[in-house]
Design a protein around this ligand. Structure first.
Ligand SMILES: [Zn+2]
Ligand SMILES: [Zn+2]
Ligand SMILES: [Zn+2]
Length: 268
């Protein structure tokens, strides 16, 4: 199974629009793994998580055929994860897309925003409302939405994904997980856990994870034997405000935790 990291930055991207901080300056100079677009992950090109404003750039950069996507899962409504206007690009008059709908799975807020953005009644997307801890069989996987600790005004979701005999945790955006999510994960055997480290060395860990929260989560996985012997932990969703280059993050986390970069593909 291929897990493809299309984007690995938080809302602002790296280098950030308009920003003259030292990290953004250094990222512009170094390029490569220090250039980060807004987050999205795809599994086997057919199950995609989130649809950020950089989807056009991802398509060009990595030669992606977005028509291979069958299921689209949304974590929450923040604009670095949900750019509804571009969904209209699959409608007649814009694209010559296949007849079949792409199935979209999301909670109430995201669904309402998608419906409002759709320019006409259409059958190119089929929308499914999902709820925390209620498993759903999609076209490509069994998904269980889990509770995140992120935006207090919204039920932000993580995902436990079972696909082709593999178990994946998509664990962001979130700070230290809510108790029901830890309880759910306790008897799992993950092949891959994707965590976030938006805020770096900041002491803040309530609605985004800092370095310590990521390391403690990995320690909790080890203590509770939640990872398969070959299971991998990946960290992503970085902000320029953490002032950490890819090289700095790799020195902190690797080899135990893989630091994602734009375009990275993992075979699990
Ligand atoms: Zn985000
Ligand atoms: Zn900056
Ligand atoms: Zn967010």
């Amino acid at each position: 199974m291929d897990v493809h990291f299309y984007g690995t930055a938080a809302f602002e991207g790296i280098p950030s629009l308009f920003c003259r901080c030292t990290l953004c300056g250094e990222a512009r100079k170094r390029g490569g793994k220090n250039i980060r677009s807004r987050t999205s992950v795809s599994i086997d090109n057919e199950l995609k998580i989130d649809f950020p404003p950089d989807s056009f750039y991802h398509m060009i950069r990595d030669g992606i055929d977005l028509e291979e996507m069958k299921d689209l899962l949304f974590t929450h409504s923040h604009s670095d994860h949900l750019y509804t206007d571009d969904l209209n690009a699959r409608l007649p008059g814009y694209a010559q897309a296949a007849e079949r709908p792409i199935h979209v799975y999301a909670h109430d807020v995201v669904l309402r925003l998608c419906q409002q953005a759709m320019e006409a009644p259409q059958d190119k997307f089929r929308f499914h409302r999902i709820q925390p801890f209620h498993p759903v069989q999609t076209q490509t996987a069994m998904i269980t939405p889990l509770l995140a600790s992120h935006d207090p005004m919204e039920t932000c979701l993580l995902y436990y994904i079972e696909k082709d005999g593999r178990q994946i945790l998509h664990g962001h955006d979130s700070g230290w997980f809510p108790e029901p999510t830890w309880a759910f994960l306790k008897d799992k055997q993950l092949d891959l856990a994707i965590l976030e480290c938006t805020v770096g060395r900041s002491p803040h860990r309530a609605n985004h994870m800092n370095i310590d929260a990521v390391l403690e989560t990995k320690a909790w996985f080890d203590e509770n034997r939640v990872l398969q012997p070959t299971g991998k932990v990946v960290v992503t969703h970085f902000s320029h405000n953490a002032h950490l280059l890819h090289e700095d993050l790799a020195a902190i986390f690797e080899p135990d935790i893989i630091v994602a970069y734009d375009g990275m593909t993992l075979q699990i």
